[in-house]
Design a protein around this ligand. Structure first.
Ligand SMILES: [Zn+2]
Ligand SMILES: [Zn+2]
Length: 334
């Protein structure tokens, strides 16, 4: 039996239709494998001279680098560009001002998901914070997208483990939708939407696949993608970059989720991203946003890239998910 479920965070319907996962070829699972020739890889040790000037480095006791941050050689946005806003008739334009940075996470050219160690993941979160604290000095930048693409179907053009920071003068569409739903929920109920989701999932006990003292990993009730996973801080945490965020604990639960994905789904391509609060600013179609608000609760999403999307997704922004979240939770729990 198929059913529509409403996603209260992103404010959209998803169709859960399990019959589709039985159809031959619906899943196109790519196992991410070590297949690249490393001699020309600019991220491997020895390729340092072929990358733009380093912004940050973490070194080991032997003085070799362990993680490096560099500007993207082919940036989507450039900080040197003057911020210009214009409108012509019904159309608005903002110049591509911003920053696009790459975190090279390892000296190794290839890592499976479970080979991303807890320390590697901790350093990734810590570096996100360090770089964003620096980028925040540029008041033109309003949002910091923190994400990792893994595998070609995850959008990675190179397999060498890396993640990215995209600092933008506009707020991404999904973030505006999240702000609206969290604010509306708070105004209506005087409670945080994500805190309520966590409470409900804890009582239900059907979709939590992993937890520790600070975080839980949940397959959302209205997941757009099969095996989509959200990691929520248990306590109401508004600011991902604050001292209250336990990056060690976050690294631990992310590592455990990566291990499950590798063991149960055969090292699939993924996208991982963190939804953080924008800085205080005016947001078109939202109004004045105050970063010290009581309604925003950050979270992390991991999306395995297993199935193809089609007309319903592209035309209607309504996803068809061929694996029910409860079934996905059972597979990953086991
Ligand atoms: Zn490499
Ligand atoms: Zn909350």
């Amino acid at each position: 039996m198929s059913e529509f479920r409403f996603n209260p965070l992103k404010k959209r319907w998803v169709l859960i239709d399990e019959k589709r996962s039985d159809k031959k070829g619906y899943f196109n699972i790519e196992t991410v494998k070590d297949i690249e020739d490393t001699t020309t890889c600019p991220f491997c040790p020895g390729g340092e001279k072929n990358t733009p000037m380093e912004l940050l480095r973490k070194s080991s006791q032997t003085d070799d680098w362990e993680r490096r941050v560099i500007p993207n050689k082919f940036p989507a946005l450039q900080v040197e560009k003057q911020l210009a806003k214009s409108a012509a008739g019904p159309y608005s334009e903002v110049s591509g001002t911003g920053a696009h940075e790459i975190i090279i996470e390892s000296r190794e050219h290839f890592l499976t998901l479970s080979e991303h160690s807890k320390l590697l993941l901790y350093d990734m979160f810590d570096i996100f914070k360090k770089r964003v604290m620096d980028l925040k000095k540029d008041v033109r930048l309003k949002y910091f997208s923190l994400f990792k693409n893994y595998g070609y179907s995850g959008g990675a053009s190179i397999l060498h483990p890396h993640s990215q920071i995209l600092a933008t003068p506009v707020i991404p569409n999904t973030v505006v939708d999240l702000l609206k739903s969290m604010q509306n929920y708070y105004l209506m109920h005087d409670r945080c939407l994500i805190c309520d989701i966590i409470d409900f999932e804890k009582n239900k006990g059907e979709r939590i696949i992993e937890s520790n003292s600070d975080f839980c990993a949940v397959i959302p009730y209205a997941s757009d993608y099969p095996f989509e996973i959200h990691i929520y801080p248990y306590s109401h945490q508004h600011d991902f970059f604050s001292k209250g965020t336990n990056y060690l604990s976050l690294a631990e639960i992310t590592f455990n989720v990566f291990k499950k994905l590798e063991n149960k789904l055969g090292n699939p391509p993924i996208n991982m991203g963190i939804y953080v609060s924008p800085v205080s600013c005016h947001i078109p179609d939202f109004g004045r946003y105050n970063a010290d608000n009581p309604f925003f609760h950050w979270h992390l999403e991991i999306i395995p890239r297993l199935n193809k999307t089609g007309g319903m997704e592209i035309i209607n922004n309504t996803f068809i998910n061929p694996v029910s979240p409860e079934k996905a939770a059972k597979v990953l729990e086991g």
